[in-house]
Design a protein around this ligand. Structure first.
Ligand code: CTP
Length: 472
């Protein structure tokens, strides 16, 4: 079922590594992600090639570079004993085989030189421990001591040695296991799953940046809910995003229930993954309902309510990004905006007025199409009739948006009257009245009282100014 693996090492670069290894009289192998992704025929797979040698990886890298016609620069990472050179758009990393021992409080191991087998032993998963020989004597031979090929065929994530030790040694591997299971649609073997659950609290020694990197990869997978469910089941999610765990469960009061917002959220993220590759839109889907837990109330007349959950949620987005050490930049603002506006089109679907549409276009600006995608992904009802009705409603909203946009040009609204013009016209220094006039003009346009053009806005400004006793 797999392509001939000798093909994997037929590329030029491997012949140079073979020659360099022979010149230095050391053994070398291609190992890890490159081999895995080759057998899985993953086009989106590893862009880097890991070369393992029995000896000094830095010396091998330098030798390879000296043989290559391009004479690439070798980047040396002394502390790690590794070196990297670029070959086309590939990054080729060189490292000497090692055995490792870990301490309790760090994922940075004590390393010493080791054999190929010792190096394969310390790797995270059987499917990541595959090596292909680049040596003269057995060039192209697959070395698969843990039967990673069969795990690949069966679709299993499994550690080469005792999972308890593998995960405890380097707790980032818990995230990696779940990430690979999600990306490859593989199953995590039972003992591994138990060991992850047991060691979940050790995630605390992992930097948030590394955790987020894995979370991004889970979110960018075809079906992110696979990973999100696993994170929840293994108690990792409560350490990363407790706000999502708080959405779990269904409460009943006076015979009325609300939906389980955790599982609903997972569906929304999956729906979004089907229609957009935008990581931040997927983040917005993940966080769109987090404000529901703190705003949840039961009202005898209205039933369960979550008033203001969008506003609350958008504030929580900031706290989450900060806690996870994610940049507090325009991406965060974008996620906040989608969360904040996430219910607006739904409300519109019931009573579509031009002014409400104009306001939505004005508030969402360039992100309006993304917001509509979010709203459609948010439809998770299992009732076919309602499903159709909600989608049709959004179709109407989209139509209406197109009509109003074509007519009123509200998107990226630039006020037709500037602050400077107001100051000049009424001979004003900077003062509150300028803001009042500008706001009144904007409101009049959004309400449809005047057109979005200079002449009407100018006349409106004069009338409004008169009511404020401003003179030309
Ligand atoms: N590895 C490991 N434990 C880790 C990270 C990596 O044992 N915490 C080993 C695995 O053998 C892995 C190799 O180092 O295949 C290279 O790691 P990396 O480049 O981080 O990941 P890839 O497996 O190449 O996959 P991806 O690029 O998708 O992260």
């Amino acid at each position: 079922m797999y392509p001939n693996y000798k093909e994997a090492v037929s590329a030029d670069i491997f012949n140079y590594i073979n020659k360099a290894s022979a010149a230095l009289a050391l053994e070398s192998y291609v190992i890890g992600g490159f081999v895995r992704d080759f057998f899985l025929d993953r086009k989106s797979g590893a862009k880097d090639i890991d070369i393992l040698c029995i000896g000094n990886g830095i010396a091998l890298a330098k030798k390879v570079a000296s043989l290559l016609p391009q004479k690439p620069k070798v980047q040396v990472f002394k502390t790690y004993g590794t070196a990297m050179l670029r070959f086309g758009d590939l990054e080729v990393e060189f490292v000497g085989a090692r055995k490792e021992s870990y301490s309790e409080n760090s994922r940075n191991p004590e390393v010493s030189a080791g054999t190929l087998q010792e190096d394969q032993n310390r790797r995270d998963f059987t499917i990541n421990a595959l090596a292909i020989s680049l040596n003269e004597s057995d060039f192209g031979t697959l070395l698969d001591p843990f039967d990673g090929m069969s795990d690949m065929e069966k679709g299993i994530i499994k550690t080469p040695s005792n999972p308890d030790i593998t995960y405890s040694d380097d707790p980032l591997r818990m995230m990696r296991a779940i990430r690979f299971a999600t990306q490859l649609n593989f199953t995590i073997e039972q003992n591994s799953l138990k060991a992850i659950t047991k060691n979940a609290s050790r995630l605390a020694i992992i930097t948030r940046e590394r955790i987020v990197e894995e979370l991004h990869k889970i979110l960018l997978s075809d079906k992110p809910s696979i990973g999100l469910r696993l994170l929840e089941e293994t108690n990792l999610l409560e350490q990363i995003l407790p706000e999502l765990i708080a959405l779990k469960g269904v409460e009943e009061e006076a015979g009325q229930t609300h939906k389980d917002n955790f599982y609903h959220t997972l569906e929304v993220v999956d729906n979004m993954a089907k229609v957009s590759d935008n990581l931040w839109l997927r983040w917005a889907a993940l966080l769109h309902d987090i404000g529901k837990e703190p705003t949840k109330k039961f009202d005898k007349k209205l039933g369960w309510t979550f008033h203001g959950h969008e506003f609350k949620g958008s504030k929580m987005v900031y706290k989450i990004f900060k806690r996870l050490k994610m940049p507090l930049n325009e991406k965060m603002k974008y996620v906040q905006k989608i969360v904040l506006l996430s219910s607006r089109p739904v409300v519109l679907a019931d009573a579509v007025t031009d002014s409400a549409i104009r306001r939505l276009i004005f508030d969402a600006g360039d992100d309006l199409d993304d917001l509509m995608l979010h709203c459609e992904a948010d439809i998770t009802t299992k009732n076919a009739k309602r499903f159709k009705k909600y989608h049709n409603n959004f179709k109407l909203v989209r139509q209406k948006i197109a009509e109003v946009e074509a007519r009123d040009h509200i998107r990226n609204f630039q006020p037709p009257i500037s602050g400077e013009l107001i100051m000049q016209t009424f001979n004003l220094k900077p003062c509150r009245e300028i803001g009042t006039l500008k706001e009144a003009i904007k409101e009049a346009i959004l309400e449809g009282k005047i057109k979005n053009d200079y002449d009407e806005a100018y006349q409106f400004m004069l009338d409004k100014a008169a009511s404020l006793s401003l003179k030309k």
